[in-house]
Design a binder for this molecule. Structure first.
Ligand code: BGC
Length: 882
């Protein structure tokens, strides 16, 4: 077959629209059926039309043949790119033997509006009526006439609030909750849509539904109006006609507005829809909008308008109920079999004015009713008032979402299991990894970890989707970022979130607890002094840990460059706020939700200080800033020395003597060799004292199993994974969990539900063990010296009690997979490995290979480990154990 190029991506996305960068980065995947194949050169062509590209006359850029192995995130190097323009591109590559592939299929990207003066429209909206505090969604419309055939039509749109844009009766795009959540005072993302196919010659009409969203509705527990009180909308349609002329249609004072059937809608408080108020045809031309009023125009917004970096929130999966029943109260309860974030689409029939209430909950109480005690002030109820047309009516909410598995419907006549489906909505990340083992409980745990991500990656990585919180907690995000990147492609998602983090960075350099900050730092000052700290260990550090993780997983150097100064400011801030390199009590959240052990805050804060500094040293090195790298390495050593001096005894005891103090000191490499060995011993003692159970909270848990596996106690790591007595991961699995719980003791046999004010059943943080499953069970890991899986470390370790593990990961180079099997007596291990073209791997086996299929070169032999170097292709190893 030779070599082929496919799956072209720009900025990590397939044919993205509306890019905001002048130097988009191009990636492609190469396939070949020959082993050890790699790219030795590439050629990229960019043209204004596919015809020009196809006929080999690229009018924009031809890179020429560039000798290079780079095939991921290769910067576009042509002339400057123009706003509102589509670029078509293709690539071909040369293999090791000097043969060229065919040209790839063409792909494209389009540029957004690159400067603010290109926005010609006005922000429009509706002034509040007297006494109206939480505005009902506003309906906006505009008719326009086209007298010539259209060649190209792009819409650029955004809102302060959330919007749904419609054109001639159709929804434009399939994104939800646009423009997504940012700190609107600093930046507002706009979306780009191709609408050529939706327009027609003659009369056309735009319709927009504008809700409060994060801008004016409730955010977390901080109340409403965090950013503003009146939602507004901005849009610009840019038309190019067949005859070469152009026209721009924008939001302005010619639009009209009204309220409509959606009479109440709030992310946290639910939605109310009165179908009797529908005005059919409002979003089509020819509608008699006599009662509609002129819109109010508003001055430009304060934040900069910026192209959306990540994929929009979409309805990604539809779930059919696995069970339904009628209660004694005459209501219907549906069980989706899976805890999700989203809403339901329900089909109803009945009388005009009949009111149906749809209530959502994650769990059932012991008496079979919905468990809603954990919602705090969130309202997970949507209300639909029937039109009563005698026909089926289908309702699905627009601008609210819930965390739930169970749905109770009250006020409906007759429902069956086909009456509703659950719509799981999340930021549209492509699936990347998969773990499957011979133990169904572990598979379920893995499934729960993935669903924890699906339930919470919602424009920002939120803590939970059900109670009045749903905030972008930075600590949760950093502990889970690596697991998240294995599960799904989160490159663009975290690129956007890092901007949220630096937007929320304080003047003095402190990174926030939550990003967007959304008034949390002010709120915590008022609500309780206990929460007031300028930063928080393990939370603020996300500003360094996340970019580093993205660099490791995707080879994204630019994220390091973009945030380098912010990271330095953070570390300088930590330095200023430390005393002899010890961080005082800046760790309010401590090892959040640990169980039975409390890690001293100053110890934990000093550990995270050291970690941020060590990562910054590595980042500086990756960016070639060698002076900085040396400075931060020295600082790291100085912190470690102070740490040992203050907290570590000669016998290896660390102040606090909790599992977490040892785990973090070892994971962050803060101890000299002789103390490290003793600390490992102390850690084992702590686990043993806890009857071989973990006690770690959010921060300790992500490092616990990696530390054990790295320090000669892989069997114990496996034992903790496979434990199903309390507290453990499999305890929740044994009790029917379908997502990761916020707390180890969210529900226990002895006590039932715990602490209702903080008891989410969909919090991903304790699922950070997913990273260990990929790295140590499936053994798939990027080599930091050649990040982004350009060079791969394959080192699966046999796990007692888990004879078979399959793992796979779609890297930016292509699919990496491993399949490990051990025989019953654990005497022999077989391993199948496949790695993609243009990568190499080091395969480590726990013993000498008896058989090797494929062209693997043995390169190392140390006691208990044999290493092989492989190029792309498929390999098999059979290896003796013990
Ligand atoms: C959130 C957490 C968060 C924590 C910080 C909680 O309310 O749910 O996930 O990290 O606060 O203390």
């Amino acid at each position: 077959m030779g070599i082929r190029v496919h799956h072209l991506k720009v900025e990590g996305r397939v044919n993205p629209l509306g890019l905001g960068t002048q130097r988009p980065r191009l990636s492609w995947i190469i396939v070949s059926d020959e082993p050890s194949q790699e790219q030795t050169a590439y050629q990229v062509q960019v043209a204004s039309t596919t015809e020009r590209l196809g006929s080999d006359r690229p009018d924009i850029w031809d890179s020429g043949v560039v000798p290079s192995r780079e095939s991921v995130l290769v910067p576009y190097g042509g002339p400057s790119l123009a706003s509102n323009t589509t670029y078509h591109w293709r690539v071909r590559v040369q293999d090791r033997q000097g043969r060229f592939s065919d040209w790839s299929e063409s792909a494209c990207w389009s540029m957004g509006l690159l400067t603010s003066d290109e926005w010609q429209g006005q922000w429009i909206g509706r002034e509040l009526e007297a006494g109206e505090v939480l505005p009902a969604p506003t309906y906006l419309r505009k008719e326009f006439h086209l007298d010539r055939p259209v060649r190209r039509a792009y819409v650029y749109a955004t809102a302060l609030g959330v919007y749904e844009l419609r054109l001639n009766g159709d929804r434009v795009g399939d994104g939800r909750f646009a423009p997504g959540w940012t700190d609107y005072a600093k930046r507002v993302q706009y979306q780009t849509y191709e609408v050529t196919h939706l327009l027609k010659k003659g009369d056309n009409a735009f319709g927009t539904i504008l809700g409060t969203g994060w801008y004016a509705g409730h955010v977390g527990m901080m109340g409403r109006h965090i950013y503003g009180t009146i939602p507004r909308f901005l849009m610009q349609l840019m038309l190019e006609f067949e005859d070469g002329t152009e026209q721009i249609i924008t939001t302005d004072d010619t639009w009209t507005m009204s309220t409509g059937p959606l009479i109440y809608s709030d992310i946290i408080k639910g939605e109310r829809y009165d179908a009797r108020l529908e005005e059919p045809g409002w979003d089509r031309p020819g509608f008699a909008s006599i009662a509609w009023q002129p819109v109010t125009c508003y001055p430009p917004c304060q934040g900069i308008l910026t192209a959306q970096e990540d994929e929009p929130i979409r309805v990604m999966e539809m779930l059919h109920p696995v069970k339904m029943w009628r209660t004694e109260r005459g209501t219907f309860i549906f069980d989706l079999g899976q805890n999700i974030a989203g809403w339901v689409r329900i089909r109803l029939r009945g009388e005009a004015g009949q009111t149906v209430m749809i209530e959502h909950a994650e769990m059932l109480d012991a008496d079979g009713t919905l468990y809603t005690a954990n919602l705090r002030k969130a309202v997970q109820k949507d209300i639909y008032i029937l039109r009563g047309s005698g026909k089926d009516e289908v309702y699905e909410p627009r601008f609210t979402y819930h965390g739930f598995r169970y749905v109770e419907v009250e006020g409906a006549d007759d429902l069956d299991e086909h009456s509703l489906v659950g719509c799981a909505a999340y930021s549209a990340m492509a699936p990347a990894g998969l773990i499957e083992t011979s133990d169904e409980r572990v598979n379920r745990l893995y499934h729960n970890i993935v669903w924890g991500q699906k339930g919470n990656f919602f424009s920002v990585p939120t803590d939970c989707p059900q109670r009045d919180e749903r905030l972008g907690w930075t600590g949760d995000a950093q502990v889970f970022a690596r697991t998240a990147s294995y599960n799904m492609n989160v490159a663009a998602f975290f690129r956007k979130y890092m901007i949220d983090i630096t937007d929320a960075q304080r003047e003095d350099g402190a990174f926030p607890d939550t990003a967007p900050d959304a008034g949390w730092s002010e709120f915590k000052k008022i609500s309780s002094a206990k929460w007031f700290a300028p930063d928080n260990a393990g939370w603020g550090d996300a500003g360094v840990i996340i970019p580093w993780t993205m660099y490791l997983m995707y080879g994204d150097r630019r994220i390091l460059e973009d945030h380098y100064e912010a990271m330095k400011r953070w570390v300088e801030y930590l330095k200023r706020n430390s005393d002899g390199w010890i961080r005082p009590d800046y760790a309010n959240h401590a090892d959040w939700l640990s169980i039975g052990e409390e890690t001293p805050k100053d110890v934990l804060a000093t550990q995270y200080f050291a970690y941020s500094v060590s990562l910054l040293a590595r980042i500086a090195e990756a960016l070639g800033r060698m002076d900085d790298a040396a400075t931060y390495r020295q600082l790291f050593e100085a912190i470690n020395a102070a740490f040992v001096d203050r907290y570590v005894s000669e016998d290896g005891t660390i102040t606090g003597d909790t599992q977490t103090v040892y785990v973090l000191a070892l994971s962050f490499r803060m101890l000299p060799q002789h103390l490290a060995e003793k600390a490992v011993h102390k850690l084992l003692k702590r686990i043993e004292a806890n009857n071989w159970h973990l006690s770690t909270g959010f921060l300790g848990v992500s490092c616990l199993l990696p530390v054990l596996s790295d320090h000669g106690h892989h069997d114990l790591a496996c034992r903790l994974l496979l434990t199903d007595t309390f507290p453990s991961w499999l305890y929740s699995v044994k009790h029917g969990a379908t997502t990761i719980w916020e707390r180890w003791d969210g529900w226990t046999e002895e006590r039932g539900f715990q602490t209702p004010s903080m008891n989410s059943f969909n919090h991903y943080s304790l699922g950070s063990v997913g990273e260990w499953m990929y790295r140590y069970l499936a053994g798939i890991e990027p080599d930091p010296a050649s990040p982004g899986f350009r060079r791969i470390r394959i080192a699966p370790r046999p796990c007692p009690g888990l004879p078979e593990v399959r793992g796979s990961y779609h890297s930016e180079y292509g699919l990496i997979s491993t399949h490990l099997r051990c025989d019953e007596g654990r005497r022999e291990l077989t391993l199948q490995v496949a790695i993609p073209v243009n990568t190499t791997a080091i395969v480590s086996l726990p013993g000498e290979a008896r058989e090797v299929s494929g062209d693997a070169a043995a390169v190392g032999l140390t006691p208990g480990e044999r290493t092989y170097e492989i190029g792309s292709g498929t390999y098999g190893f059979v290896c003796k154990l013990g």
